[in-house]
Design a protein around this ligand. Structure first.
Ligand SMILES: Cc1ncc(COP(=O)(O)O)c(C=O)c1O
Length: 395
């Protein structure tokens, strides 16, 4: 039996592939330090887990409305309004099992074959996968690295917007690069989106894992509320990846259609998970603050140690929990370098090309691992690189 042709256009996330290879080495007795995984290594805050357990015991084990329970949609709209200044009511919020389905559903709802989509490359691999799957035309946007800092190539982004552009995907702070989009650049992008009637999917899943400054959402800029879907969720902020809880904040004209896609697929998000989400947003926030300060401490360690390594250069991420070092000076291609560190140093990390062709020459390290493990991993990488330098022919 043949698969549908579109299946050949569907991509994946290579983090799971690298994890499988690393586990294979562990079964052979090798010690591997995992820096490939994109999820916080913290536990879900106790009050949130308790709220979920209590909900299950109280019989919250049934279907909910497709767009989510009112209590959670209200808590989300209040939280988005206080933290980001987004003016949204319950009617603008659609709850999903994780943030990822928002990408899928928004693109399913908006894209026709041949529509152009601008998205970050390197970027979360599911953007490109979904665009290709739905027959969209890919318009990847790269970045510029200057003086140990990285920013998106917004001039190139603006020059790509044209009459066939339907959708623009932003991700700030970014996975895998860690940089944010400045307010100045956001304003330029918003003006172009309004002028060319482009819809924006703003992936803000890392908006609370920010190390300096206030977060600015493009949805708050002039003319954008009616053409932006903000994607956000609980996976990263509250270390809740396994609960599957995310949401979109979108114009009222779009929300019922996204809810209909949910009715046709998941029906709804698990009831007890949604109740735990209310507690996450309305309960004490100190676990989030503690997690972010620990991530900042690790970021500083990782960036400093990478910059001490021969032929490696790392910029300082503004947010999220990834470092994206430039390894061009080592003479290794990204995949080769990722394999080298896995087999020679016992450190699992990802090739920059796992996030798109523009990631060549870079690696992604997740610092969602303990400070001690990070210190050991960085030491092992340094030793492996120096050993390679010694064994390379001079000339
Ligand atoms: C940029 C970005 N957006 C969205 C997601 C999806 O998160 P969730 O687990 O809530 O589906 C991830 C997860 O890694 C991500 O890195």
């Amino acid at each position: 039996m043949d698969l549908a042709k579109r299946m050949s256009r569907l991509g994946t996330e290579t983090a799971f592939e690298v994890l499988a290879r690393a586990r294979g080495l562990e079964r052979e007795g090798r010690e591997i330090i995992h820096l490939e995984i994109g999820e916080p290594d913290f536990d879900t805050p106790r009050n949130v887990t308790n709220a979920g357990v209590l909900a299950l015991s109280a019989g919250e084990t049934h279907y909910t409305p497709s767009a989510g329970i009112d209590a959670l949609r209200e808590a989300i709209s209040a939280d988005q309004s206080t933290r980001k200044g987004i003016r949204a009511g319950v009617e603008n919020v659609v709850v999903t099992p994780g943030g990822k389905p928002i990408m899928f559903f928004v693109m399913l709802a908006l894209l026709e074959e041949g529509d152009e989509v601008i998205y970050p490359d390197p970027g979360f691999p599911i953007y490109e996968s979904m665009v290709a799957f739905l027959g969209g035309v890919k318009r990847p946007i790269g970045f510029i690295e200057e003086a140990r800092s990285i920013r998106w190539d917004v001039d190139s982004l603006l020059s790509q917007i044209g009459p066939r552009t339907k959708l623009l995907i932003l991700n700030t702070p970014s996975n895998p690069v860690g940089c944010t989009v400045s307010s100045h650049d956001l304003a330029r992008i918003a003006a172009a989106a309004v002028e060319h009637d482009v819809f924006v999917l703003s992936d803000e899943i890392y908006s609370r894992i920010l190390y300096s400054g206030d977060f600015v959402s493009i949805a708050t800029l002039e003319g954008m509320a009616d053409r932006t879907c903000v994607l956000d969720g609980f996976s990263k902020t509250f270390a809740m990846t396994g609960w599957r809880l995310g949401f979109g904040v979108m114009p009222e004209w779009l929300a019922p259609h996204i809810a209909r896609l949910i009715t046709n697929s998941n029906s709804c998000t698990a009831a007890f998970t949604q109740i735990a989400g209310v507690e996450a947003l309305t309960g004490p926030q100190d676990s989030v603050d503690d997690m972010v300060s620990e991530f900042r401490r690790r970021r500083d360690l990782v960036v400093a140690a990478l910059n001490e390594m021969p032929c490696v250069r790392a910029s300082t991420p503004d947010g999220a929990f990834y470092a994206f070092p430039n390894i061009q000076g080592t003479g290794m291609a990204s995949r080769e370098a990722a394999d080298y560190f896995l087999y020679e140093a016992g450190v699992a990390l990802l090739s920059g090309t796992a996030f798109g062709a523009n990631g060549e020459g870079y690696l992604r390290l997740s610092y969602a691992n303990s400070y001690e493990n990070l210190e050991r991993a960085l030491q092992k990488m340094d030793t492996a690189l120096k050993a390679r330098e010694v064994s390379l022919p001079r000339g």
